[in-house]
Design a protein around this ligand. Sequence first.
Ligand code: ZN
Length: 318
Amino acid sequence: MQKMTHRITPELRLLMFEHHDYCSSCGYKFKEGDTSHSGYSKNDEPLYVCDDCDHLLEETAVRNVFMPRFYEIPPDKCKLWRYMDFTKFVSMLSMKGLYFARADCFQDIYEGAKGTLKNKSKWDQFYLSFFKELIMNPPDGSEVTYTDEEIESQAEKLLHDLEKGGINGKKRTFINCWHENENESEAMWRLYSSYLENAIAIRTTYKSLYESLGRNPSIKIGRVKYIDYQKNFAGVNDSFWCKRNSFEHEKEVRAIILDMHHLEKGKVIPCDLSQLLEEVFISPNAPNWFGELVNDVIDKYGLSIKVSPSELIQEPFF
Ligand SMILES: [Zn+2]
């Protein structure tokens, strides 16, 4: 078996990220526990392959045990919406980027939570046993020389670190939220713009969002899972991909970026707005002049984007 070189070029990293579930050579769909091999062909082309295609690698950079993603990626063409007031829209145009808010600044107090406090002892028990098991069965098969007390206290420490990591994670996780919907949503106008006169909705697709953010493997984009925290816990790695069932109407798709060093309450990630913004919709409550203003501002920033009135105000017939 080839020795791993750990040489990972940006091209290989992108290939591993985008092909995550499939062998880039034969298309085999990886199953949990399979080995993925990443490296380069004779011509130094990046490859991310399965066991059967392993022979194509002239150089193996890394081998990994395959784990499914912690989040589900929506289909390329899935429509995503963001409802906002005019100032936020202008700020987005002027900054040429998307604002990612720090997770601890969200109103939802369960943002990043693993479960409800009343169920915490179950969670603690589970992880204490899990850690004890790990300590008593080291992966390299070496002999365990700890006393029962030492195992107990090491497991307690790991549990404490896990909890600390969870709390700190809120200050290191930055999120940008979207609403997945084929259509414009009356409820979202209410919720995110309070049905303001000066509100707009922007529409894009998953693919445009991903590409306008530069196909960046550090930015994960996926669907939020809605779970019943009375009965379930979020996983250690997917707590920022879970929300309470009572938020299900949001049908949220979010982009998440981790930053260990950024201390502000949010960060702006550069975005190609001409690619992102497929159409802009004007609030159903807006006066006529507001649509012209939105068009003017878009012009001033050198963009060419279709601006449409809200479909909610189209006249019915009976
Ligand atoms: Zn293959």
